[in-house]
Design a binder for this molecule. Structure first.
Ligand code: AHR
Length: 530
C-alpha cells in the first residue's frame, strides 16, 4: 500500500507548491522508501494539552546546583542567582509545568530546610545521588521564583518515604494560605507575602523503589493517609498525584487503586517510563538506535493500558494520567559524570528522534493523558539544556530542545487521527492501535491551521511521505526540520549550533502534502487550511 512518487513527480509537485525554502543539494535524493498516510482532520482525538510538554528538575548532579542555580554571587551571568542563559532559553521554549525537587530526592527532602536566610539553612547529604553535600540554598522560594521567571506552573513532589502527612500538609499551608496563620506569616517574613498558589502536589515518587519500597497496597494506604490532610488552604485546591508504577505494571495499579475504594481518589496518577540502552550517547550504532526506538510502541501501550485500568475505577475519567518521568536513559560514561555531574547525558540526533517519537505518541493519545514531564530539564538524562559542569559558563540547547520546539505549534490544538500504512495494512483504525516504530506521524488542528509532525527513526533510510488530507483543504504551508546524517551528532560547547532547526521544502496541494524525510529526522509542517 505504498505510493511511489518518483523523484521527478515529487520535485514537480514541490516546484508548484505554495512554499519553499531553498534547499541544499541532495535533499531530493530519491528516497529509499515511501510512506503514505491519511490525516483525518474531520475527526477528533482530544486536546493537545500544553502540559504534555512539561519538565522535571531534580536535585541531582548539576541539574539544580550549578546548572539552573548558580547563586547571586556567581561570576556566571545570572538573574537573581539563576543562570541567565538557561532562563532565556527556557522562556523561549515555554515550560508549561516544572516538577521538583525529585525524583528519588523528593522522598528524602524536608522543605523546612530550604527556607529562611540561606546562610542558616542546614547542609544535607544527597543520599540518592552520590552523597554529595547540598547547602539548601535552592529551596521553595527559589523554585517558585524560577517558575515565575520562565513562566512555568510549579509541581511539587512531597516526601512520603521519609516524611509525614504533617510535613506535606504544612508545606501546602506555607505555600498557599494567604495570611494570618503562623506558616503563612513565616512565608511572608521570608519575602513572599503573596501566596504561591501551588496546585500540583505529588504524593511521593516511585514509592515502589526509592520512595520507601512500598508494596502497591501499602502505597495506596499512604495515599489515603496523606491525602486526608492535604486540604484547601486559601483559594487553591491541591491537585494530588498518586504514585503509579515504573512502566506498564498492571499489578501495581490494581493494588494501589483497590485500596482507595471508598476514600478520596487521586486527581492524577503518574507512571514513569524510561527507554534505556546499554550504549553510550555518542556510540550508538544504527542497530542500537533501532533497538531503543523499538521500545516506544511499548510506551504507547503503557499509556493505553494504564488508562484503561484507571477507567475501571473512574469511568468518568476524572483522574488525569501523568507520565511525569520519561525519556532516553543511555549508558552514561563515568568520565562525563565525574566531569559534569551525575547522570549528565549528551543528547544527539538519535535522542531528538526519540523525543519526536514520544511527543507524537502524546498527540495520538491526547484523550488519555493529562501531563508528561521529560527527565530532566538540565544536565540530567534527556535534558533540553546542558552546561559544562557546575562551574561552567557554557549553556547549550540540545537536540532534544529543538525537538520540543518543533512540537510547540501543537499546543492547545485538537489532536486528529492519522491513519498510516501500517494501520491500513493491519486493517486497524482504532486509535488504540500501537504503531510499530516506523515513520511516525501525528497531527493537530485549529480552525485555521493543521500541524503535522513527522519522525523518521531509520538510521539508513530516507523516506518520501505523502499525507492525504481529509476534512480540510490546504491553502499553503511551511515546514521545518531537525536532521543530521550522523545519528550521533550533537551540540557541543565548541559547536553549539551543529544540529538546529532548518526550513524544509514541502509540496502542498489542497488535498495533500508531500515531504522528504531524511534518515534520522524530525519535521513539522504547518498548513493554513480552509
Ligand atoms: O530521573 C532520575 C531518577 O529516575 C529519579 O530520581 C527517579 O524518580 C527515577 O528512577
Amino acid at each position: 500500500m505504498t505510493t511511489g512518487f518518483t523523484r521527478r513527480q515529487f520535485t514537480r509537485a514541490g516546484a508548484a507548491a505554495s512554499l519553499a525554502a531553498v534547499l541544499p543539494q541532495g535533499v531530493f535524493a530519491a528516497p529509499t522508501a515511501n510512506h503514505k498516510a491519511t490525516i483525518r482532520a474531520d475527526d477528533t482525538i482530544g486536546l493537545v494539552r500544553p502540559e504534555f510538554h512539561s519538565h522535571f528538575a531534580e536535585h541531582l548532579g548539576s541539574c539544580v546546583y550549578g546548572g539552573l542555580w548558580v547563586g547571586p554571587k556567581s561570576p556566571i551571568e545570572n538573574v537573581e542567582g539563576f543562570r541567565k542563559a538557561a532562563v532565556d532559553y527556557l522562556k523561549e521554549l515555554g515550560v508549561p509545568v516544572l516538577r521538583w525537587p525529585g525524583g528519588c530526592y523528593a522522598d528524602d527532602y524536608h522543605w523546612r530546610e530550604g527556607i529562611g536566610p540561606a546562610a542558616r539553612r542546614p547542609k544535607r547529604v544527597n543520599i540518592h545521588w552520590g552523597n554529595y553535600v547540598e547547602d539548601n540554598s535552592f529551596g521553595t522560594h527559589e523554585f517558585i521564583r524560577l517558575c515565575r521567571l520562565i513562566g512555568a506552573e510549579p509541581y511539587f513532589a512531597a516526601n512520603v518515604g521519609s516524611g509525614s502527612p504533617e510535613e506535606m500538609r504544612d508545606w501546602i499551608e506555607y505555600c498557599n494560605f494567604p495570611s494570618g496563620s503562623a506558616l503563612a506569616d513565616e512565608r511572608a517574613a521570608n519575602g513572599s507575602p503573596e501566596p504561591f498558589r501551588v496546585k500540583y502536589w505529588g504524593v511521593g515518587n516511585e514509592l515502589w523503589g526509592c520512595g520507601g519500597n512500598f508494596r502497591p497496597d501499602g502505597a495506596g494506604a499512604e495515599f489515603r493517609r496523606f491525602s486526608s490532610y492535604a486540604r484547601v488552604f486559601g483559594d487553591t485546591k491541591p491537585y494530588l498525584i498518586g504514585c503509579g508504577p515504573g512502566g506498564n505494571d498492571a499489578r501495581w495499579t490494581r493494588g494501589f487503586m483497590d485500596v482507595l475504594t471508598g476514600s478520596r481518589l487521586p486527581d492524577g496518577y503518574s507512571i514513569h517510563y524510561y527507554v534505556n540502552s546499554d550504549h553510550a550517547p555518542l556510540e550508538f550504532t544504527p542497530e542500537a538506535a533501532m533497538a531503543q526506538m523499538n521500545v516506544f510502541p511499548r510506551v504507547e501501550q503503557a499509556i493505553i493500558e494504564q488508562r484503561a485500568l484507571l477507567d475501571g475505577y473512574d469511568p468518568g475519567r476524572r483522574i488525569g494520567l501523568f507520565l511525569d518521568e520519561w525519556g532516553v536513559w543511555d549508558r552514561i560514561p563515568k568520565a562525563d559524570q565525574d566531569r559534569y555531574g551525575a547522570l549528565w547525558q549528551q543528547s544527539t540526533m538519535r535522542s531528538a528522534v526519540a523525543a519526536g517519537l514520544g511527543l507524537n505518541i502524546f498527540n495520538r493519545q491526547a484523550d488519555k493523558l493529562y501531563m508528561c514531564n521529560i527527565a530532566q530539564i538540565a544536565n540530567v538524562l534527556q535534558s533540553v539544556l546542558l552546561t559544562d559542569g557546575p562551574e561552567g559558563k557554557n549553556c547549550v540547547r540540545t537536540t532534544t530542545y529543538y525537538a520540543f520546539m518543533l512540537f510547540k505549534p501543537h499546543r492547545a490544538k485538537t489532536a486528529v487521527p492519522v491513519a498510516e500504512d501500517a494501520r491500513m495494512l493491519a486493517g486497524n483504525f482504532s486509535p488504540d492501535f500501537v504503531m510499530p516504530p516506523d515513520v511516525s506521524i501525528s497531527a493537530s488542528r485549529s480552525d485555521s491551521e493543521l500541524v503535522v509532525s513527522l519522525v523518521n527513526p531509520r538510521a539508513g533510510e530516507d523516506v518520501g511521505v505523502e499525507c492525504m488530507l481529509r476534512g480540510a483543504r490546504a491553502k499553503q504551508g511551511r515546514a521545518q526540520i531537525l536532521h543530521d546524517s550522523d545519528l550521533n551528532a550533537y551540540n557541543s560547547f565548541d559547536h553549539p549550533d551543529r544540529v538546529v532547526i532548518q526550513p524544509r521544502e514541502v509540496a502542498v496541494e489542497p488535498d495533500r502534502l508531500r515531504i522528504m524525510l531524511p534518515a534520522m529526522s524530525v519535521a513539522t509542517v504547518t498548513l493554513d487550511i480552509e
